[in-house]
Design a protein around this ligand. Sequence first.
Ligand code: NAP
Length: 196
Amino acid sequence: MSTKVAIVGKGNVGSALQEGLQKAGYEVRTTGSDQEGVRAVGAWGDIIVLAVPASARRDVIEKLGDVSGKVVVDPTNLLKADWSYAGDLDKSGAEELQEWAPGARVVKAFNTVFARNMSTGRARGEQISLFVAGDDEDAKRQVMEMGRAIGFVPVDAGPLSHARYLEVLGVFNIQLAYGSTKYGTDIGFRLVGVGG
Ligand SMILES: NC(=O)c1ccc[n+]([C@@H]2O[C@H](COP(=O)([O-])OP(=O)(O)OC[C@H]3O[C@@H](n4cnc5c(N)ncnc54)[C@H](OP(=O)(O)O)[C@@H]3O)[C@@H](O)[C@H]2O)c1
């Protein structure tokens, strides 16, 4: 039986992950923001991806209802209007999410990857890293496996508190793409020496 992945959000990230996961043989259902749709896919999925603006995380958690035991993947980046980090280095957005849904197994992943590279795990043909942080080892393993199936080199990035650094790395990625360097979005990080 294949793993069922529910994706909340049908935008850039939601649709790219849907494509990559379906190609890899996962069962995927997606929903937009309507209450019934969110609750239904959440109840169905083993893994729930919150492909929504960071500002919508709490609303989605409330719409989902009971997510105890579910793997909840947080790919969000917390940004100010000038694209600097809007999170907190003493508590990441992912840790905040974990507080709002204490029974969920929250995993931070995909936030350091641009959507255009999310269905392949590659940038300009080269495999890139998928950094995965979480406190539940089994949940982290499932998300790393999901990333590997898409085409990434998954990297265990440590406990959920390391989401603080992944969120900053995500913001740095955005700055590299759109800031003064203007490298564009066909870029990606690859950690040499681990993973594979
Ligand atoms: N784009 C990237 O390259 C990229 C890369 C890494 C991480 N991220 C992060 O991934 C997240 C999604 O980015 P995106 O580019 O996919 O955004 P997007 O294209 O704007 O899509 C956002 C989706 O979220 C849904 N949504 C908004 N408010 C909601 C709510 N309250 N409840 C349920 N669904 C809601 C929207 O549904 P409706 O249209 O129905 O409102 C839409 O489908 C963001 O946090 C972003 O920081 C993005």
